[in-house]
Write a protein that binds this ligand. Sequence first.
Ligand code: 13P
Ligand code: SF4
Length: 330
Amino acid sequence: MTIALPVLESPALDPQEVVGLHEEIRELARTRNAVILAHNYQRPEVQDVADLVGDSLGLSRTAAETEADVIAFCGVHFMAETAAMLAPTKRVLLPDLRAGCSLAATITAEDVRKWKAEFPDHIAVGYVNTTAAVKAELDYCCTSGNVLAIIDAIPKDRGILFLPDFFLGAHIKRMRPNRRVEVWMGECHVHKAINAKTVNEQRLLLPDAEVLVHPECGCAGQLIYETGLGAVDSNGLHILSTEGMVRHAQSSDASTFIVATEVGILHRMRQLIPEKEFVAADPQAVCQYMKTITLEGLRDALLHDQHVVTVPEATRVAAMAALDRMVQIG
Ligand code: 13P
Ligand code: SF4
């Protein structure tokens, strides 16, 4: 299954318009008792108006606990669906329905059922980047932030089916070489395109920089392989979720970081840690789906109560055990 990449209009807002829209959105959020959640890859001006900016795990946990009536989700569709399942009494709004995910589109519920039939004794573990229907087929759901803790929570003698991200699956195999893991061949078009050659070119220019790599990246395995061969310096190479990158940059002694993931996170890092320098490993690493969410779209979502994301109750009930494990472990 493939999904169309949205063609992006550039909002080209001047600073006054941004201030005006921020005021309008905050007022709407107040009157509707809405919480605005934004993923680390959102546009800077959308991050700046949110109540919380974070990774998939942090946003899911907040959605599960919020006392707000409405969750305005500035992220992609599977994230809004996850919020709708974790907070079934809340109204979850996704400002733009084009906000899909190329990785989530690589597997269907029918694919999972067939795969499980081939490996009936295996435990099915799925990344949060999946549809609700796929989650309903899983034993455990995870994010890049807690994937290893989830693997460790599964009895050692059980084989694992990991889906849908091939590179994250390869990361599990590297980090837990004694586990029996079958990996689905899905990938994210943004992270796949970040290659080791580009990262190594940046390292030559910034030899003292630490390198922060998202495990979905195609370059992660290559960089570790080269490190093992001594081709690149192993010091300062870290495979981390988006929130792990932020935490690491806050606590590290390094002052410069090459960041191998979607470029939206650089805004968050620069806001939180202005004294350090953050450089994109690949400035072209832009998730068009994430960028469909604009301030105007968010304003209209709160104003016109659109687009409400719901999940059929039977699907939600079937997915809840896997989702509860995701929220509670790690
Ligand atoms: P995180 O779970 O690290 O936020 O990543 C989500 C995602 O979509 C990565 O592309
Ligand atoms: Fe999906 Fe990739 Fe965009 Fe993340 S960056 S939301 S995995 S398409």
